[in-house]
Design a protein around this ligand. Structure first.
Ligand code: NDP
Length: 313
């Protein structure tokens, strides 16, 4: 079986940064990119807050740059999804694409990120790809001149709403509380965009339409005396209500917190299994920024280097 000193699982800013550091430390890392090479940032628009890009940078372009930087130092970057991994003994054995290949690794960095959350309505499944989306930059193009809704009140929702406002004729934001959780600057952008209407204290009950989404059933002030049901006509329904960490393939072998994020030890990226490290959104319920993910990727690679040295590699 093929053996590597350092297996990196995931290809967002955490995975690629870990690959840059691990390559430069002569660990010859093997990195599997997963389902979405480049990770979540490839589906965002402009990244304005990553240091070193005073004019901002397109998310896809930034990930391409990180990828080619990792390759320049010799990282072995591969297409493929790690579908399971045995962490019960070392070397750890990872299964790729359900059995197409197996790789044994002395140390592992899990940088699998997080996936968009859905409300859990049956109608979301029914209309997935026919009006329901969790990625405005991927699908916004189809809604030029149409009416759409974005669910959520965080930075992602504000970012998606302002992006969609440039394409659609009107954007509703459906916000369950009476305030936006987003940062001040994003709230300001929403307020200053004339074709965004924020529906506060509002929840989605269902969607309707013949073949594709034609509208949403909403309720304002749910469960109170002022409770009010109403419908809006929309062509697109975009979810922006946060993410769930991608840990299913670990099958309970690493300690997770209550929300499903991998627990890391102290100031390091070490997990509950010696030799396994975690970096980026999969281990970060708090910050979830590209720059913090990259920082964790760096730390994880340095932790691997130290771990392998102590282990006699
Ligand atoms: P957040 O967790 O910050 O916000 C999620 C939003 O969805 C909240 O408004 C929440 O409502 C709402 N929500 C959650 N579940 C439901 C539900 N079942 N029904 C209705 N509404 C729901 O996630 P984001 O993805 O917006 O942001 C994640 C992190 O990434 C944050 O730290 C953010 O700052 C960061 N980020 C930064 C960006 C930037 O700096 N450019 C861009 C995008 C994200 P409630 O408030 O009621 O809990």
């Amino acid at each position: 079986m093929e053996t590597t000193k350092c297996l990196i699982i995931g290809s967002g800013p955490a995975g690629y940064t870990a690959a840059i550091y691990a390559s430069r430390a002569n660990l010859s890392p093997v990195l599997y990119e997963g389902e979405q090479p480049g990770g979540q940032l490839t589906t965002t628009t402009e990244i304005e807050n990553f240091p070193g890009y005073p004019d901002g940078i397109d998310g896809y372009e930034m990930m391409e740059q990180l990828r080619s930087q990792a390759k320049r130092f010799g990282a072995d970057i591969r297409t493929g999804l790690v579908t399971s991994i045995d962490l019960s003994h070392r070397p750890f054995v990872a299964t790729i694409d359900g059995g197409a290949a197996t790789v044994a690794a002395d140390a592992v960095i899990v940088a699998t990120g997080a996936s968009a959350r859905y409300l859990g309505l049956d109608d979301e499944k029914k209309f997935r790809g026919r009006g329901v989306s969790a990625c405005a930059t991927c699908d916004g193009f189809f809604y030029r001149g149409k009416v759409v809704a974005v669910v959520g009140g965080g930075d992602t929702a504000c970012e998606e709403a302002t992006y969609l406002a440039g394409l659609a004729s009107k954007v509703y934001m459906i916000v369950r509380k009476d305030y936006l959780r987003a940062s001040k600057v994003m709230q300001e952008r929403v307020r200053n965009t004339s074709n965004i209407e924020v529906l506060f204290n509002t929840n989605t009950v269902g969607l309707f339409g013949a073949d594709a989404v034609e509208g949403a059933h909403l309720v304002r002030h749910k469960g109170t005396a002022e409770e009010e049901y109403f419908d809006i006509a929309i062509d697109g329904f975009f979810l922006a209500i946060g993410h769930t960490p991608n840990t299913a393939f670990l099958d309970g072998q690493l300690q997770l917190d209550d929300a499903g994020y991998i627990v890391t030890r102290g100031a390091s990226q070490a997990t509950s299994v010696p030799g396994v490290f975690a970096a980026g959104d999969v281990a970060d319920p708090h910050y979830r920024q590209a720059v913090t993910a990259a920082g964790m990727g760096c730390k994880a690679a340095l932790d691997v280097e130290k771990f392998l040295l102590a282990d006699g590699h």
